[in-house]
Design a binder for this molecule. Sequence first.
Ligand SMILES: Nc1ncnc2c1ncn2[C@@H]1O[C@H](COP(=O)(O)OP(=O)(O)OP(=O)(O)O)[C@@H](O)[C@H]1O
Ligand SMILES: [Mg+2]
Length: 259
Amino acid sequence: MSFVAGVDIGSLSTEVVIMDREKNYDYVIVPTGANSKTAAQKAMEQSLEHTGYRWEDLEFILATGYGRISIPFAHKRVTEITCHGKGAHFLFPSASTVIDIGGQDSKVIRLSGEGKVIDFVMNEKCAAGTGRFLEVMARSLEVELTMMGTLSKKAENSVPISSMCTVFAESEIVSLVAEGHPVEEIIRGIHDSIAERTVGLANRVGLEKEVVMTGGVAKNGGVVKSLEERLRDNIHIPDEPQVVGAVGAALLAHREAFA
Ligand SMILES: Nc1ncnc2c1ncn2[C@@H]1O[C@H](COP(=O)(O)OP(=O)(O)OP(=O)(O)O)[C@@H](O)[C@H]1O
Ligand SMILES: [Mg+2]
């Protein structure tokens, strides 16, 4: 039997996708933790256990994500931009724009009709506008990260967050709570501020429809809703948005092994 694997080692999560010749695939997601090499090894082992395949069955392993350099078993390494573009085009062939919001950066990628990357823009300098920002805010509000989307959808209003920096925004939020603003409205304000930043980023590459969102933050329905309001369009959300980069990596491995 022969298969290929794509590994995406992100700042917060590591994904492995094992793909067969027909491009059917299976995935696992594990936290990256402090050591990306250990996380990748663990994710590979879990993935093999899950599928019942053996290391020897893997013809080609392609790594992406910020931790891709530290993966000794990878045959090739490719940037996240290429892999997210490839994965998003495979899942939604009509998509022209990919918005990826992960733990420590956010990117907007423009694709050609064939799924080639035409242009991209990336925010990697600042936590505001990323998953990390949401995590910090959830902690200060003492709400579960996974509940933020549901909570914000209950809000009638959005409390604007004026701070442009995660550290200042955190103290602003503490003050807003003390002033008696409902938590749901503050969360909606947080989602709106992420959406504003993302649209600002997207405008730099020229946002073109249709739009697909990848990365863990796509699981936050509140951020998706705020973005859809600003784009005046529905956004495609994959069944598992966190694995799109690894799917793209597996597709590139597939081309190396089977084309
Ligand atoms: N179930 C969930 N509900 C809401 N948000 C979630 C959920 N799971 C993950 N997230 C969000 O996704 C973020 C992590 O995204 P992802 O796993 O794509 O990051 P990463 O690929 O490790 O990071 P990067 O690409 O920046 O290196 C978290 O910070 C969190 O905000
Ligand atoms: Mg990522």
